[in-house]
Write a protein that binds this ligand. Sequence first.
Ligand code: ZN
Length: 449
Amino acid sequence: MVYHGSAKLSFRVLLTSALVLATVPALAATNPETSESENETTAIPVAELAEDEDVEDVERSEPLQSKLPAPDKEPEQPSDSETVAAPSTTPAEQPARKIAPNIDLKEVVDKPQAEAEPKPETEAAPVPAKATSFTLLGNEVLPGTSTRLAWSPGIQIAGLSQPTPVLVVNGANAGPTLCLTGAIHGDELNGIEIIRRTVYDLNPDKLNGRVVGIPIVNLPGFQQGSRYLPDRRDLNRHFPGSEDGSLADRIAHSLFENIIRRCNMLVDIHTGSLKRTNLPQLRADMNNPDVATFTQGFDRMAVVHSSGSPGMLRSAAVAAGITTVTMEAGESHRIQEHQIEAGVNSLTSLMEKQGMISRMFVWGDPEPIYYDSDWIRAAHGGILFSEVKLGDRVTEGEILGYVADPITNAQHPIRSSANGRIIGMAVDQVVMAGFAAYHIGTEAEVPGE
Ligand SMILES: [Zn+2]
């Protein structure tokens, strides 16, 4: 993508370069379905970011097949979501080359683990079904231990390569393998902290199953404050990847084959993109019975039905039989305490529900499931000023905000298309026509009717 000035941008000359950078991709993305003449008449030209999972994930979603998850399950797959899968069923158990050192993850370290001395023996041999060793990335993680491993997709100059830390807690007792991925988009920071708090709070002696956390999947993007990979590709459009494809394909392939395939359940943590924010929510394919059941384990987390787009980690993992949801928590580029707390709380309830931990957990009121949702787009370019807040309930026709044209002084209201709730929205900013500004969730009829 080339960032050159164009006639279309001339009225934005006064704006900062950062704003121009943020808006040019929207111009560059063409939509074949919308003709030029339609643009003029309908006044809603669609200038959609090709890589905006926040919007397209939901907009291109398959409709829900039934309000009720189908009771029949695939016979060949043991249900990972309700029952505890035996560790021996975990696929692709490779022979271990070395035993991973047992590290107290609560202890602060100077740097992400050099080769420490292995401590092979464990102390306790508890009563319930004992866990087996967990082999990951060529290391054997003994039951009742936790450790830091390193994943390297092997795309860098060997001598300069910087491996990505992988946190592993192998519980003393058998149970499912829950994986947590953060910062697949390098500028989405809340998930990094959600994973840190969740994993570091686990006691391996009291854990049934395993938790694998990869707080920063896209390490190069994180270091540059960028959503993308160094080749400007969106990693979350390249799963499950391929060995001999683009840089993004190779990284996706390496992550998927080395780590993701070892998981029974996966929570991929994201935030809104392009200065949009979300209520804490899950994106889940509610047409998939295992996924639909899985979402019930997340306390105080709204669920937005979305079948997912090709290349997303969630879609690829579900296709590989791994029960997966995306968790959306707040805005990119920010660390937001309330969003982090909501995420940690919800993952704690999930582990409780899955029988992995036993804690005094107080469940909140169930959050709604939004089987239908709509993105409402700005019909005009200008400066967006919102009249509503995240979480507000709105009625059809209600004014959600205005787009003010700083040159002509025209003010264009944006109205709600439905009765519902604001589950995601853009923060006040400069927008172009077609920018997805408000995400309205429409609650479903109660399942079980
Ligand atoms: Zn993301």
